[in-house]
Design a protein around this ligand. Structure first.
Ligand SMILES: Nc1nc2c(ncn2[C@@H]2O[C@H](COP(=O)(O)OP(=O)(O)O)[C@@H](O)[C@H]2O)c(=O)[nH]1
Ligand SMILES: [Mg+2]
Length: 365
């Protein structure tokens, strides 16, 4: 038997402390006779998941821990874990025991035997697999997400949403610079990024019920998933962030008009009503962009929020001047139509606001 490391098992975790020892014991059983290592990638879980993993790691050199500070995100955690190993094959498995680790040796065998193969996916939707005791609501949501993802996928995967798979590590390293790393579904990201379709095989498994801890799949995650799909389909035309920023900008116009109307009807003069409208819209846009567009760099705490808000208002005020300046120039000196000139002004203003606020309001210093 060779000593060469065969497979790394990457385990993204957030608040999975109670599951760590069980999972390692199960890996030890499942991968008996194989050369493996386990890499926990923990986003500084408040419940001390990383400590629990390190405790095991001191006894068992096959266990390693990456503790990320100030960052969140399942996909990026998986990518970092996958790039942190010297093993030729890397598997990703959830840390909550919902995936069936006894499939790992078969995944590894397939990849070792068939050099034509790039990925082996654990699938809930091929014969022999299943979603276990999921409620109907969750089954329906998952089916919808799967259907959507098939539209961007080049292969006919039965379970592109699977978070359980094994892949050749050199593919990951090759694709890593181009992965979008947002969203929840790293497999989908890998498969859609590769210019040549990855050759895959599927093995059935049954999704288990979670017994410890709780699911992190929530509405924000669902939104991130949609964003990731958008990115794959249209991201090369209009970048995701700019699309979100502009969408929020349009909502801001609605806020502006609402406040303007309300202030006028309360008897304010136009200038005051207009100032109130603009301030409300900017404030609204600032907070919405802070929670959605720049979620992973969100400003927190009164001081940072206040500074961010001020810089955002300054950027937008300059953007407004540019907007009006360009529109007036096109209209008065280039004989542009009113609507066309206004639109051009708005576009320039939006790009300006986006570019400068991403640097000065949400930039990293
Ligand atoms: N590192 C890291 N792991 C995460 C994050 N969100 C979820 N996870 C882990 O990813 C795995 C799957 O997440 P889970 O919430 O169980 O998703 P579900 O099974 O689809 O409900 C679990 O091991 C989680 O602890 C995250 O932001 N960062
Ligand atoms: Mg889970």
């Amino acid at each position: 038997m060779s000593d060469l490391l065969e497979i790394a098992v990457v385990i993204p975790t957030f608040n999975e402390r109670a599951n760590v020892p069980t999972l390692v014991a199960k890996l030890d059983q499942a991968l008996v006779g194989r050369q493996w290592e386990a890499i926990f990638v923990d986003d500084d879980s408040p419940d001390g998941t990383a400590d629990a993993a390190r405790e095991l790691a001191r006894l068992d050199r096959r266990v390693r821990v990456i503790q990320r500070i100030g960052r969140r995100g399942l996909s990026s955690a998986c990518i970092e874990g996958m790039c942190a190993t010297a093993a030729p094959v890397v598997a990703v498995i959830d840390g909550d025991l919902q995936h069936d680790e006894t499939l790992l040796p078969a995944m590894l065998d397939l990849l070792q035997r068939d050099t034509e193969l790039d990925v082996v996916v654990g699938s809930r939707f091929v014969a022999g697999g299943g979603t276990g005791d999921w409620d109907r609501d969750r089954v329906a949501k998952s089916a919808f997400a799967t259907k959507l993802s098939r539209r961007v996928l080049k292969g006919d995967l039965s379970d592109p949403m699977s978070g359980f798979f094994a892949i050749r590590t050199d593919h990951v390293r090759r694709l890593a610079p181009d992965l979008s790393a947002i969203g929840f579904k790293i497999l989908l990201d890998l498969m859609t990024t590769s210019s040549e379709p990855l050759r895959f095989a599927e093995l059935p498994y049954t999704f288990r019920l979670r017994t410890e801890g709780e699911s992190k799949l929530d509405h924000v995650v669902a939104m991130e998933y949609l964003i990731a799909l958008y990115d794959r389909m249209f991201g090369h035309v209009v970048p995701v962030r700019f699309a979100m920023f502009s969408g929020i900008g349009v909502l801001g116009v609605g806020v502006h008009m609402g406040v303007l109307g309300a202030a006028l009807s309360l008897g304010a003069d136009f200038l005051l009503a207009q100032i109130l409208g603009a301030m409300s819209a900017m404030t609204f846009n600032f907070f919405l962009n802070n929670t959605l567009t720049y979620r992973e760099r969100r400003l927190k705490g009164f001081r940072k929020l206040f500074d961010g808000w001020v810089s955002f208002c300054i950027v937008c005020s300059v953007g407004l001047i540019a907007n009006i300046g360009i529109a007036a120039f096109l209209h008065d000196f280039r004989d542009g139509s009113a609507a066309g000139s206004a639109l051009a002004g708005i576009l320039v203003g939006a790009v300006w606001n986006y570019a400068l606020s991403s640097k000065f309001t949400w930039g990293r210093y």
